[in-house]
Design a protein. Structure first.
Length: 282
């Protein structure tokens, strides 16, 4: 599933590609993908509107649009597990799993979603309960400690709670805990203020590095060698992205980069956790 860095990279790519473009047509190929907004309501609201900006909140894309002689509004996008969004020529055939497309003149904006868990909707309610942005100016160790100090839940699954911290997912929770030297099994409320400060700094550093690398998940479902003008996570200069070097995630039984102890894999709250039992004691 795309996490914060993947969504941030996509946001930075789509902003310049869409800014100033006017939506001339809206086609909903899969009604589920716009729920709870109906296809009719989406068309009525979007046709004639112009893209002003594309930003991110947690793992959501926020498309700000301005209709003629009306106030701007926000369209909410979420990639789900397999979604991707890109701009392609109207001459190019639509992908098999296109869920929603916007006609922009000589180009189409395409929301493709193989498993249809993603959304492109006018419903902004998912934003209401989100915690602080880990890359925001307001986030630090004190904020993190206040969010954790009453929770008996293990710190790793607690970090995945979007009410605690917005946008951090399974990959980067494991990576951040390793970097901070904190056991994923440690109860959240047992983290000291010093540990929270270290963890907050590690989360910031890990996410920033992942964004700089272009993220860990290149959405190249068709084949890395095909230049089809679609956007793939990674370098904007070519179709193949750069894969960040993960230190613990998905490296079970491989040696830790710090101490050479074998990385362990456990399951917490139904998700895989990877950690070094030597570097992350307690």
């Amino acid at each position: 599933m795309p996490e914060l860095p993947e969504v941030e990279v996509l946001t930075r790519h789509l902003g310049p590609a869409l800014r100033g473009k006017t939506i001339r047509d809206v086609r909903v190929h899969r009604a589920k993908s716009t729920r709870p907004t109906s296809a009719r309501s989406l068309r009525a609201k979007l046709v004639g509107a112009k893209f002003i900006s594309v930003t991110r909140r947690a793992k959501y894309l926020l498309f700000k649009l301005k209709p003629p002689r009306q106030e701007p509004f926000t369209l909410l996008g979420h990639l789900g597990m397999t979604g991707r969004m890109f701009v392609q020529s109207t001459d190019a055939p639509l992908p098999k799993h296109a869920a929603v497309t916007f006609g922009l003149g000589r180009h189409n904006f395409v929301f493709e979603d193989t498993r249809y868990f993603g959304r492109l909707t006018l419903d902004l309610s998912p934003l209401e309960s989100l915690g602080p942005e880990p890359l925001g100016d307001a986030f630090d160790g004190a904020i993190l400690h206040a969010a954790l100090c009453r929770s008996a839940q293990a710190i790793k699954p607690k970090l995945l709670d979007q009410k605690t911290l917005a946008g951090v997912g399974n990959i980067y929770a494991s990576e951040s805990l390793w970097r901070a030297g904190i056991s994923p099994r440690k109860a959240a409320r047992r983290l000291t203020r010093v540990q929270c400060a270290s963890l907050a700094a590690s989360i910031r550093a890990i996410l920033t590095e992942a964004i700089a690398c272009g993220s860990t998940v290149p959405l190249d479902f068709a084949g890395a060698e095909k230049r089809d003008r679609l956007f793939y996570y990674g370098s904007l200069a070519g179709p193949q992205g750069f894969e960040e070097r993960l230190r613990v995630y998905n490296r079970a039984d491989e040696p830790c980069d710090h101490c050479a102890t074998a990385i362990r894999q456990i399951t917490q709250a139904g998700r895989s956790t990877y950690y070094c039992p030597q570097c992350q004691r307690g």
